[in-house]
Write a protein that binds this ligand. Structure first.
Ligand code: NAD
Length: 279
């Protein structure tokens, strides 16, 4: 990566390891400007690379000092606060020519609002929805899937692929603005249902006296094979690196899945897609 002034806002379960991977390929003279409402994570990231990380005191400061800024916060309300907060938010800075990439999984309305306000005030700035899949394991390994809300011929795509490829191994332009979020909500609707189905099926086996590791190994080469079974098995001890085997540390919070499910169900209603399982 060439010399870059990058920014990252929101250093939680996903954002922190994503920022660590960005650091690895920052290039000569590059800096990563970071902000989180939690001082603890800011300090911790600063200690990982004191010469490369600039801990900032607001989202505004990150935006002033960076050219490409990633945001990774829990919900639409947090995204609104990051971008719209008077005095400290992104939009209180001068944004000409800057590129914002929001990796949070949020409602499309919030994403469209931020996109429109940035576009109206700063026509040379860009804002993309770019949610991810792969969880904390994929974030740490730099193998996330990015679902980018843009067309394949988007003018910024080449420039964006550079930092994105240090955090992910698959980057999909999804066809237009906000379609990255659509892809992500469809994915989580599906993977959430698979997680429930895998839990229930494993439980039937365990209650019948089966060894859960053997059952999971059978699933892995049978028609119940899924990423949830193979990497994120909900039974403690079956997958050593899964959150269930680590006292549920580093996983996908239930409130986040509930949010994604609600957003997917809302989207289905909006577009008139019939659901049997969602409710
Ligand atoms: P998290 O709660 O672990 O981290 C969120 C971080 O954002 C926290 O460090 C918090 O302090 C910070 N934050 C909140 N408001 C802020 C603000 N106004 N300014 C600056 N920082 C702020 O959440 P997470 O698990 O990292 O998830 C983040 C997003 O990624 C969510 O939208 C989630 O749905 C999505 N996601 C999560 C996973 C996963 O496995 N955890 C996988 C894919 C996508």
């Amino acid at each position: 990566m060439s010399r870059r002034m990058l920014g990252f806002i929101g250093l939680g379960v996903m954002g922190y390891p994503m920022a660590v991977n960005l650091l690895k390929k920052l290039g000569d003279g590059g800096k990563l400007h970071v902000f989180d409402v939690s001082n603890h994570v800011l300090e911790s990231l600063k200690q990982e690379a004191p010469d490369l990380v600039v801990a900032c005191s607001s989202a505004r400061e990150v935006s002033v000092k960076s050219d490409i800024i990633f945001t990774m916060v829990p919900e639409g309300s947090h995204v609104r606060s990051v971008y719209f907060d008077e005095g400290n938010g992104v939009l209180s800075a001068e944004l000409d020519g800057k590129t914002f990439v929001d990796c949070s999984t949020i409602d499309t309305k919030t994403s469209i609002d931020v996109h429109d306000v940035i576009g109206e005030k700063y026509p040379t700035a860009s804002f993309y929805d770019a949610p991810v899949s792969g969880g904390s394991l994929g974030a740490a390994a730099g193998t996330l899937t990015f679902m980018l809300g843009c067309k394949e011929d988007d003018a910024n795509l080449l420039v964006l692929k550079d930092p994105l490829s240090s955090m992910g191994s698959s980057i999909f332009p999804c066809g237009g603005f906000s379609l990255g979020l659509t892809a992500k909500l469809c994915n989580n609707y599906c993977s959430g249902l698979i997680a429930i189905a895998t839990s229930e099926a494993m439980n039937i086996g365990i209650k019948s006296g089966m060894d859960p590791s053997l059952l999971s190994t059978i699933f892995a080469v049978s028609t119940a094979q899924t990423t949830i079974n193979d990497k994120w098995n909900p039974v403690p001890g079956v997958c050593p690196s899964a959150p269930a085997s680590k006292d549920y540390q580093g996983g996908f919070k239930v409130q986040l899945m509930k949010k994604d499910f609600s957003l997917a169900v809302e989207t289905a209603k909006r577009v008139g897609a019939q659901l049997c399982l969602g409710e």
